[in-house]
Write a protein that binds this ligand. Structure first.
Ligand SMILES: NC(=O)c1ccc[n+]([C@@H]2O[C@H](COP(=O)([O-])OP(=O)(O)OC[C@H]3O[C@@H](n4cnc5c(N)ncnc54)[C@H](OP(=O)(O)O)[C@@H]3O)[C@@H](O)[C@H]2O)c1
Length: 300
């Protein structure tokens, strides 16, 4: 039996599907039975629990082969780091109490740094905390920048006629589709060929700049003049707040963007076959971005 946290999310859903496709038993953890239902229909066992509930998670983790762990984002939390710490403590407590032997954990580039990486400091803390659990073999998948982050550009294009954000236009970023993270995590869970504490970066199909991202979107939506604008923090802060992010999350995201822009937060591994994953941004745009963009354009 495998346990998958965040089972209804971007990466967790892929982990569940991949494991089920390989004939494995899966316990899918989420907060709502209703949202877990599609995975139950595919053969998973539903386990309803909040990831801050160590006692419930201990029950979920007892006697299992391995677990997929991720720290759920809570963008509206007034104290984002506090929420991350709460979940981290509960996950580590449950892993220890249930004597879990193997965990594959979603982390991020930048999780090597103790500070100044915004929400990724929470992943540094998660790694450090799990490293202190005796007898746990753990693989940290340090993923690059999610292609899914660029979905917000669908609304921005509709509203502003351009793509925009805090990142430098010419900053090369490893961009990854979350489906590739899920597939890599499922493969690691099946193989269980890691020992003690290991990290592996997942850097997507290639590095891309926001100018390149914009050019790919421009071609796919037939807007050849589409341009990217890097906006100052003072301009972005009210926009993030309006989107429902807490003031704390807004500050953390702007801190992270600054650290990416300066090169302080970056991938540490050379690109290789091992850390390169298949889905190109062109494929992501055709399959995910364009349908959403068309939906928004029609609704407008
Ligand atoms: N964005 C990036 O560029 C990037 C890059 C590297 C790493 N990361 C990391 O990736 C992680 C997010 O992964 P993801 O995109 O797969 O997650 P996601 O799609 O946001 O899904 C998280 C899932 O967790 C569940 N959840 C939320 N709060 C919960 C709680 N309190 N208790 C139990 N379940 C809860 C939700 O399901 P229910 O609502 O059904 O419970 C949700 O579907 C974060 O840790 C982030 O730092 C992000």
């Amino acid at each position: 039996m495998y346990v998958v946290t965040g089972a209804t999310g971007n990466t967790g859903s892929e982990v569940v599907k991949s494991l089920l496709a390989k004939g494995q038993k899966v316990r899918a953890v989420g907060r709502s039975l209703e949202r877990l239902q599609p995975y139950v229909a595919e053969g998973a066992e539903a386990f309803v629990a909040d990831l801050s509930d160590a006692a419930a998670l201990t029950q979920a983790f007892k006697g299992i082969q391995a677990v997929y762990l991720m720290l759920p984002p809570n963008v509206a939390a007034p104290d984002v780091r506090g929420h991350q710490s709460l979940v981290t403590t509960a996950l580590a407590t449950a892993v220890r109490q249930a004597a879990v032997k193997y965990a594959v954990v979603l982390s991020s580039i930048g999780a090597d740094k103790e500070e100044k990486t915004g929400p990724v400091v929470g992943l540094y803390e998660l790694e450090q905390t799990l490293n202190s659990v005796p007898g746990l073999n753990v693989l940290y998948l340090r993923a690059g920048y999610f292609m899914e982050n660029t979905m917000a550009q669908a609304g921005i294009i509709s509203a502003m006629g351009k793509t925009a954000g805090p990142l430098r236009a010419d900053l090369k970023l490893p961009m990854i589709a979350t489906r590739d993270i899920g597939a890599a995590a499922a493969e690691a869970l099946i193989k269980l060929d890691f020992k003690d504490h290991q990290t592996r970066e997942l850097l997507g199909q290639r590095d891309l700049t926001m100018n390149e991202v914009t050019a790919i979107i421009a071609k796919a939506i037939s807007r050849p003049d589409l341009q990217y604008a890097q906006l100052p923090d003072a301009h972005l802060r009210p926009a993030f707040l309006q989107m429902g992010l807490s003031a704390d999350m807004t500050d953390l995201l702007l801190e992270m963007a600054g650290s990416l822009n300066s090169g302080y937060m970056k991938a540490l591994e050379e690109r290789s076959a091992r850390n390169t994953t298949p889905t190109s941004y062109e494929t992501f745009v055709v399959e995910e971005f364009v349908p959403t963009f068309k939906g928004k354009s029609q609704a407008a």
